[in-house]
Design a protein around this ligand. Structure first.
Ligand SMILES: [Zn+2]
Ligand SMILES: [Zn+2]
Length: 327
């Protein structure tokens, strides 16, 4: 049986049977073994992002095996294990594509947003945007690396080389980056929803030197902070927590409005930056570093048909680490 889950804006996902998808030139058909759930999927399902192609099959942390390689595909053959990330296509011709900034391409397609993704038994992907995963790792535990890991890595690099790093919102991305930071000898400060002791203990078990509520002041001023929670009110809070010259990186695609704050909180060369998407270079870098850093993801598995329940759990902050759908 082939099946997929489709959403319209603000509607629960519905299960549909899938015709045998035939990969066109340059594309591959993948038998999906696991698809991670990202917070962005909630924004897609909730209709919070512009230009979504509804009905859409969400999901951009896809791990599977090539079933059929379309005409012209030379880099993969049936049986190869691959990962499909958020960046699903770039034009290759715009100024951004030509200057190593394909994450900002003017005519991109994003998996599970503007092209169908991995909440399905099978998926079609552009072979140039699939990554070989030759290792024999667990598919569900690998899935969160494909977005939480990759876009998390881009945010992490954007945060600079400072030794003290704050992570606001300790979900899928932060639980991966905390391990990278601890491996590199940095001091990680984890900020969670007030009273979320489960997330705080997970953070400490992964190497954070301190964990507390987002409103709390960390015991030292931070070199940088990354905000993964979609909460604009965290921006002024994080600005207060960073030292002179410190940087606040907004790592998500969507955030509630940022409340106004006094200019003096930004002054002294503090910066606020956002991160958009990923480049294939980010992915190659991170997928090489992940095994060296010994990253272990904490996952909660749901059958594909339970995707709505999984999204509801993510919305309510009931997931430690990352949720993953298993078809
Ligand atoms: Zn994502
Ligand atoms: Zn482009």
């Amino acid at each position: 049986m082939k099946a997929m889950l489709q959403s319209g804006p603000g509607l629960p996902l519905e299960l549909h049977m899938l015709d045998d998808p035939i990969p066109g030139p340059g594309s591959v058909r993948i038998k999906v073994n696991a698809c991670g759930i990202c917070r962005t999927d909630l924004h897609v399902v909730d209709g919070e992002l512009p230009n979504v192609k509804y009905p859409i099959i969400p999901g951009h942390e896809v791990i599977g095996r090539i079933e059929v390689a379309g005409p012209g595909v030379t880099e993969f053959k049936p049986g190869d294990r691959v990962g499909v990330p958020w960046l699903g296509y770039t034009c290759g011709e715009c100024d951004y594509c030509k200057s190593q900034q394909e994450n900002l391409c003017d005519r991109p397609l994003f998996t599970g947003y503007t092209r169908d993704g991995g909440y399905a038994t099978h998926a079609i992907a552009d072979a140039r945007f699939c990554f070989p995963l030759p290792g024999a790792g667990d598919d569900a535990e690998t899935a969160p690396l494909l977005c939480a890991g990759l876009i998390g890595w881009r945010s992490y690099r954007m945060a600079g080389e400072g030794r003290s790093l704050g992570l606001y919102g300790f979900g899928a991305a932060a639980h991966i980056l905390a391990q990278v930071a601890a491996w590199q000898g940095r001091r990680v400060y984890a900020f969670t929803r007030a009273g979320d002791t489960a997330a705080q203990s997970l953070a400490k078990s992964l190497g954070a030197v301190w964990a507390g509520g987002s409103e709390e002041e960390p015991p030292e001023r931070l070199d940088a902070a990354i905000i993964f929670a979609p909460v604009g009110a965290l921006v002024p809070l994080a600005l207060k927590a960073v030292k002179k010259g410190g940087r606040v990186v907004c790592g998500g695609i969507h955030m509630s409005d940022i409340p106004s704050f006094p200019y003096r909180d930004l002054w002294e060369e503090r910066q606020i930056v956002s991160v958009a998407n990923l480049t294939r270079e980010d992915a190659r870098e991170f997928l090489a570093i992940a095994p060296q850093a010994g990253i272990k993801t904490t996952v909660k598995r749901y059958p594909l048909a339970q995707a709505n329940a999984a999204l509801a759990d993510l919305r309510r902050g009931r997931i430690q680490g990352a949720a993953v759908l298993i078809p």
